[in-house]
Design a protein around this ligand. Sequence first.
Ligand code: 5RP
Length: 219
Amino acid sequence: MTQDELKKAVGWAALDFVEPGTIVGVGTGSTAAHFIDALGTMKGKIEGAVSSSEASTEKLKALGIPVFDLNDIDCLSIYVDGADEINTQMHMIKGGGAALTREKIVAAVAETFICIADASKQVDVLGKFPLPVEVIPMARSYVARQLVRLGGRPEYRQGVVTDNGNIILDVWGLSIVDPLGLEEALNALPGVVTNGLFAARAADIALIGTADGVKIIKR
Ligand code: 5RP
């Protein structure tokens, strides 16, 4: 199976967790796009979705799924999203698609975070995938210097402006043995909006696409 076929398998498998009549939290990226396609088959049975990016909003609307403003929602039962890496504690690196901040906000509201990923995303130690950090534009150089002091090699993601009008620094060379500690330390830097470590809000369920089928892992 190709990587995209594995992504499609988990995207459609996540449909089993969607309750009719609910509003569903929806992530961003190529795996989440398969989930949105699957969700399209439940149009009319679900109330709608809350989206984590302009790209996902556009796709949801194109399929006729109502998209709600998060401010109008008290709670979400599930949030379904992909990941760039996931470890055995269900901590993740996310933000390869630059949507990390909105993803973290929607995930914070959801009772259950369902991570959908192909097996190549499973790692023992996070950090081979460069850690995305969303930064207020005027703080780019300052934050980059602090990231170097923390042992990373930040790289400005050229030509990318987030949905929030900010820039992304991708940090290479981190071996992240304390995801929770690093997540907190990075978020404490002035100018950082958020970083792509999802340790404080880890996944509750992971659907992992393998050649032998979709594996379900629960925290
Ligand atoms: C976007 C994300 C994505 O979930 C992550 O990059 C995985 O993407 P894909 O499903 O395309 O492999 O965090 O900001």
